[in-house]
Design a protein around this ligand. Structure first.
Ligand SMILES: C[S@@+](CC[C@H](N)C(=O)[O-])C[C@H]1O[C@@H](n2cnc3c(N)ncnc32)[C@H](O)[C@@H]1O
Length: 259
């Protein structure tokens, strides 16, 4: 069913508030207290350096959840601000700061209306935060571009668009195409009263690149991490069986155009 921006925002804030404890009970050990893991394929920023030099940089984490990525970036010598739509997720960010002693400023905000000044950051990034959950993802890209200085970098990971065609299943059932890659109708779960309780939006690879370009970014790379040999970790629909056959994640690396 359709879900506009206010509906998506309302549903997802409620969803992530309610799911925050379960999400961290299930994935907290894999994510770590201060580490930047890009995706279930276990790609870590310490291996790939997609954000470039961080020392002394002003960095924004988008859809930070428990902000373990922001704490890792802080430890590389950057000034970091982390924001999320969900107060429940930000509670976990506060707890993470308490456990590690590494603190970053936390803000509750929607990626489509950022409470930051133009050009306030050198780098913005997100590991599976915010982007897949907004109806108006073009506006989200424009907002991120606005708060970056010209030449600033924007790197984010999200579910690879081709996964949209398959059932959300880590096993054999997740290997059969069940819907069109080109069907942009959002995935919506409703509660007993029929009110949207979770919303995810699909963009094809081309859609995503066009949004970035329209917002003023140059796309430098789209990384499709391969499943690491011998890696047996699973995360929801991500599994070694599926990872051996097709990508589960896309990491978009872009820079705000100068002029
Ligand atoms: C899959 S979690 C990822 C969290 C974190 N980046 C991580 O790696 O664990 C998605 C996050 O995006 C946040 N989110 C969803 N919609 C958002 C929006 N419109 N603006 C900001 N954050 C949003 C959720 O609250 C949630 O914390």
């Amino acid at each position: 069913m359709p879900a506009d921006q206010p509906t998506s925002s309302r549903a997802n804030r409620r969803w992530w508030d309610a799911d925050a404890d379960d999400y961290h009970a299930e994935h907290g050990a894999f994510l770590g207290d201060a580490d930047l893991v890009w995706c279930p394929e276990d790609l870590r920023e310490s291996q790939v350096g997609l954000l470039g030099e961080l020392t002394g940089r002003r960095v924004l984490e988008v859809g930070c959840g428990a902000a373990s990525c922001a704490r890792w970036v802080r430890r590389q010598g950057a000034d970091v601000v982390a924001f999320d739509l969900s107060a429940g997720m930000l509670e976990h960010a506060r707890a993470g700061a308490g456990r590690t002693g590494t603190t970053v400023p936390l803000v509750q905000a929607d990626v489509c209306a950022l409470p930051f000044a133009d050009g306030a950051f050198d780098v913005a990034f997100s590991a599976f935060g915010a982007v897949p959950f907004v109806a108006e993802s073009g506006s989200a890209m424009t907002e991120v571009a606005r708060v970056l200085r010209p030449g600033g970098r924007w790197v984010f990971s999200a579910t690879h668009p081709m996964r949209w065609m398959f059932a959300d299943d880590p096993g054999p059932a997740g290997l059969t195409v069940i819907q069109s890659y080109f069907d942009r109708t959002p995935y919506v779960e409703v509660d007993e009263a029929g009110v949207p309780a979770y919303v995810e939006h699909h963009r094809t690879l081309g859609d995503r690149i066009r949004e970035l370009v329209a917002a003023g970014f140059t796309v430098l790379d789209v990384i499709e991490p391969e499943w690491p040999e011998g890696f047996t970790g699973t995360w929801g629909q991500w599994s070694p069986e599926r990872g051996a056959l097709f990508p589960g994640t896309a990491v978009y690396v872009s820079e705000r155009r100068i002029g």
